[in-house]
Design a protein around this ligand. Structure first.
Ligand SMILES: [Ca+2]
Length: 425
């Protein structure tokens, strides 16, 4: 091959590799970590080290942006201030905004910690107006003060993902370690034994507690250990089978805020959203005992919350299959199944449908990944429909806000929401 032709072939090859590694990076929010995809990982690593100016040329239109013109005109009938903490953006910022009037209340610079160019950040506002933040599927987490000072940060330990929930001085976060991530997605995962049955390669997950003041680990609970302690086999139990080793896939860890001896709940127990198993677990961290399970009608659920002290609720995505991509709700294949807020009694029985679920069906709200609900009091409920880039707020079951978020300076685009936190000031 002539030199010129060879050069063109090499450039074309590189572009193809860039294309596919980028696609892999966006697959369900999982990124190609070091060695995860061998040679491909090395290329991604090199791209990750290129100057930001070059990256901005390569990723001018990241997949986590959509054109504003593709959205219907927003609805905003809010009569009260509702704040949203919005985190994703090419500028690595978190912004607390007042949705009623679009006013930016506060801004934090999170810094560049993304493992791939369009990675999403997650943030939680702390009581002293500082910000806990981490990068989804990356290894950085930290607390940034209200004045922008980094109070603490940690990296290189575990990979953090999905939600994190505050329990007074600590925060619970879904995590996994680098070792498992190296082989995740591969056909040759490590084999090990659990409950004296041979598993087929299971990626462990960690229920991680972090001290919000210092960043130190307070709790590190292995899901494999939890399953072993309760004589459960994650592969056998998984609706999807081995699911490429992703047999748990934690989506949310919600601390129990009340004690109810009649139903066996103690303050400090945890509710675990265990996606691949399509169930919620009521776990006592001190004994690793699973006290209740909640699973009727659940499919790929995400955010689990407690409503008052008598109902367990969760955002039930109703995704028809584990790796099903988002598809148009108007498509015949969709069969009229939408996401909902599923509610359970404390003993695990399914409760009567909540009014909000009927509203979600009316609005045809459906997201195959992520998704959350927030009951804000005074009749307000916020819903995040991540795959459609849309945030809804209902007031006494009437839709009073529907919009895509754009606070990063490019009005032609809206950004994907990522566990947007909502507050009523
Ligand atoms: Ca939650």
């Amino acid at each position: 091959m002539e030199k010129g032709a060879k050069l063109i072939a090499n450039i074309a090859g590189l572009l193809i590799v860039v294309f596919f590694t980028t696609i892999l990076a966006f697959d369900a929010g999982k990124y190609p970590a070091k060695n995860r995809f061998g040679v491909l990982s090395k290329v991604v690593s090199i791209i990750g080290e290129t100057p930001s100016a070059v990256k901005s040329m390569l990723f001018e239109l990241p997949e986590y942006l959509k054109a504003t013109q593709d959205f219907a005109p927003p609805i905003n009938l809010l009569e009260e201030d509702i704040y949203a903490l919005h985190t994703f953006g090419p500028t690595n910022e978190a912004k607390l905004v007042n949705l009623r009037n679009d006013k930016v209340i506060k801004n934090w610079d999170i810094g560049e910690h993304k493992p791939y160019p369009n990675a999403r950040y997650f943030a939680q506002l702390l009581p002293d107006s500082s910000l806990f933040a981490y990068v989804h599927e990356g290894d950085w987490a930290g607390v940034i003060s209200s004045s922008g000072e980094v109070i603490w940060e940690r990296s290189g330990d575990l990979v953090y993902h999905h939600s994190a929930e505050i329990q007074s001085e600590k925060i619970w976060i879904c995590a996994r370690d680098h070792g498992y991530l190296h082989t995740y997605g591969s056909a040759t995962l490590d084999t090990f034994f659990i409950n004296e049955s041979k598993g087929i390669g299971v990626m462990d997950e960690v229920i991680l507690g972090i001290d919000l003041e210092t960043g130190a680990t307070t709790d590190s609970i292995s899901m494999l250990e939890v399953f072993e302690r309760n004589e459960l086999n994650p592969v056998y139990k998984s609706y999807y089978g081995p699911a490429q080793g992703d047999c748990f896939h934690l989506n949310d860890i919600q601390p129990v805020t009340f004690t109810d001896t009649l139903h066996g709940y103690e303050k400090g127990d945890l509710l675990i959203s265990n996606r691949t198993q399509n169930e919620l677990l009521h776990l006592r961290p001190s004994t690793l005992e699973i006290l209740h399970t909640f699973n009727e009608g659940l499919s790929s659920q995400h955010d689990v919350d407690i409503l008052g002290d008598s109902a367990i609720i969760c955002f039930n995505n109703h995704s028809p299959s584990l790796f099903q991509l988002q598809f148009n709700v108007e498509n015949d294949q969709h069969e009229g199944i939408y996401s909902e807020v599923a509610a359970f009694e404390l003993n695990g029985d399914r409760k009567t449908e909540l009014a909000i679920s009927n509203k979600m069906t009316q609005e045809k709200i459906y997201t195959s990944t992520e998704g959350l609900q927030e009951f804000l009091g005074n009749g307000y409920v916020a819903i995040e429909e991540q795959n459609e880039f849309t945030v809804y707020i209902f007031k006494d079951d009437a839709l009073v806000y529907k919009n895509a978020l754009n606070y990063f300076g490019k009005t032609e685009f809206v950004e994907i929401p990522n566990w947007t936190r909502f507050y009523r000031p």
